[in-house]
Design a protein around this ligand. Sequence first.
Ligand code: DX5
Ligand code: ZN
Length: 218
Amino acid sequence: MNCLAPSILSADFSRLGEELSVVEKCGITMLHIDVMDGMYVPSITLGFPVIKSIRKNSRMLFDVHLMIEEPERYIERFAECGADLITVHAEASVHLHRTIQQIRQLGKKCGVALNPATPLSVLDYVLEDLDLVLLMTVNPGFGGQVFIPAMYEKIKRLRGEITKRNLKTDIEVDGGVKASNTKAVLEAGANILVAGSAVFEGDIEANVREFQRILQVV
Ligand code: DX5
Ligand code: ZN
């Protein structure tokens, strides 16, 4: 199923609860939560207290994107705080297979993220264990960047591999997704679209409705 996962990175944090209820009321079922540690990526964003607090008022699936070094150190804590899906970067976890098992043992959905320059081959021996692959379509660290066009080909190749192996793995794209490129991204084979600035800048409800309109047509 195709869906939009708004990224709270671009929300107004002084009104976070209100802005999240707006997207949830529009029918959004998946929320993308970007955690950055100032090491794996230059920025520092949010952590346990924020996730725990928004968990109390939301039924959306919490899609926690860990842009942190050695994410295995914190998997359990994020699970306790209310993450439903935990995504780690392949580049940040030396023993990726073990980290994936750790997430699964906690009963959470598991995703692996790849930076734009990271080849798909790092997934060769773990793809079967994943619920989702997150393809970064900008270099991680900041919202509001421009989608890297070479990533269309990467999405297509990954969709081809998933189909070849007869899997149901979701492909999530993250970075520079706008209403204007949604159709092309879906046609390349992605089915979960993360959008931060394109959702939270301006009229949130109108932005979500526009994405939903396109998702229904494609
Ligand atoms: C970037 C984050 C993204 C970010 C996307 O490192 O992983 O989730 O919020 O922001 P936009 O949609 O503005 O490119
Ligand atoms: Zn993200």
